[in-house]
Write a protein of this length. Structure first.
Length: 383
């Protein structure tokens, strides 16, 4: 039997763990009709918690109800790509300027012809009009069949703010018109926060907020028992060991399961997973997590934020914020700026007054292993 675990970014896992309530709320919103709050939702959370997976799962739920689903990523030009997808479903012609008709007026026995010319729109107005027109055309088609239209937008970020404004305004008008539409968007907490802080996009601030965090260990254990039971025997001791190693982190669930299964195959255990297989698989999963998640999470951080994390990594458990500032050789007020940034990014979390802890599993180990390189990189960035 092939390995049932698929630790690939965005790939829907064989069993979706710990997200049943979000799925149920969204399905209810689709059935409930226009205006239901769950039809406008944003998903946030750290890298690897399954934001893209959730967009795909919710999209599949909409498709099962006969809805048209359009998926996009918030990279430059995404509004043009949205319109292209809408045109490919229902042909449309953009109209972004209007010729005003000539008219005549009569006063005191005299007639005069007036040419009112042309109304032109700036870039954002043009985008909004085009989007709204394209959405309206498609909604006119699907609503005749009693169906709706779902748009999902992944990796929302402030670099595409102008396009987010255009999409937000178009969506606001469509929802006010009680059209059968739903809009889901996802991104890292800090990135989504920057977008929602924009004064033009206040409409999206009323969206349902789903913060994807760790999954309950009981749900993880049940999932492992179910999946391994389809092809390999794993004792309860093995299942508990694997569960503890995930720390409830969704991507780590896939990594641990994948490598435990693979190591058992490599060790000649075609029908079972031994405790040695599990421990070997956990070690491999930790290494892959560092390459695929930790390195990417640190990549976009400023040097002082990385220094904050390096100072935390010297502790074996929680860190006192005062000690972190002292190790950075900075004032507590200065260090606090980066503490808040890291909390917003879901990389660390408060652990009581004056204390913080790592939120991404095994990040401390990764930082200790790569401390020299990260310090050197930070010094270069500050030059």
């Amino acid at each position: 039997m092939s390995n049932p675990f698929k630790p690939t970014a965005g790939r829907i896992p064989p069993v979706l763990v710990g997200r049943k309530n979000i799925i149920a709320d969204f399905e209810y919103a689709l059935e409930d009709g226009p205006g239901a709050p769950g039809r406008l939702m944003f998903l946030t959370g750290a890298r690897g918690v399954g934001k893209t997976v959730m967009l795909d799962v919710l999209g599949d739920k909409a498709k099962n109800l006969g809805w048209t689903v359009i998926n996009e990523t918030a990279e430059s030009g995404f509004t043009d790509r949205l319109m292209e997808q809408l045109r490919s479903i229902g042909k449309d012609t953009d109209v972004v300027s209007y010729d005003m008709p000539k008219t005549s007026v009569e006063a005191g026995g005299y007639k005069a012809s007036l040419d009112l010319g042309k109304i032109n729109f700036d870039n954002r107005q043009r985008q909004t009009l085009s989007l709204r027109r394209a959405f309206t055309k498609q909604l006119d088609m699907v609503e005749k069949q009693g169906k709706g239209l779902l748009v999902t937008l992944d990796e929302v970020q402030s670099s595409s703010l102008d396009e987010m404004r255009s999409l937000s305004v178009a969506m606001q008008h469509l929802i006010r018109e009680h059209r059968n539409i739903a809009f889901l968007f996802a991104g890292l907490p800090n990135a989504v926060g920057e977008v929602l802080d924009d004064k033009v996009i206040t409409f999206l601030q009323r969206a349902e907020r789903e913060h994807l965090g760790a999954v309950d260990n009981g749900d993880v254990l049940k999932s492992f028992d179910e999946i391994f039971g389809t092809g390999k025997h794993a004792s309860m001791d093995v299942l508990i060991e694997l569960t503890k190693a995930t720390h409830g982190y969704p991507f780590m669930i896939q990594l641990v399961g994948y490598w435990a299964w693979r190591c058992s195959d490599q060790n000649g255990h075609s029908d079972r997973v031994s405790i040695d297989d599990a421990e070997e698989g956990i070690d491999m999963a930790k290494t892959k997590l560092g390459d695929m998640v930790h390195a990417q999470a640190l990549k976009g951080l400023p040097a002082q934020a990385i220094n904050y994390l390096l100072a935390m990594s010297l502790d074996d458990d929680v860190s006192r914020t005062g000690d972190v500032a002292r190790r950075m050789e900075r004032s507590p007020q200065f260090a606090n700026i980066y503490r808040m940034r890291l909390v917003d990014e879901d990389i660390i979390e408060p652990a009581g007054r004056g204390f913080v802890r790592f939120k991404l599993p095994y990040l401390r180990d990764y930082l200790r292993e790569h401390a020299a390189f990260l310090q050197m990189r930070g010094n270069v960035e500050e030059l």
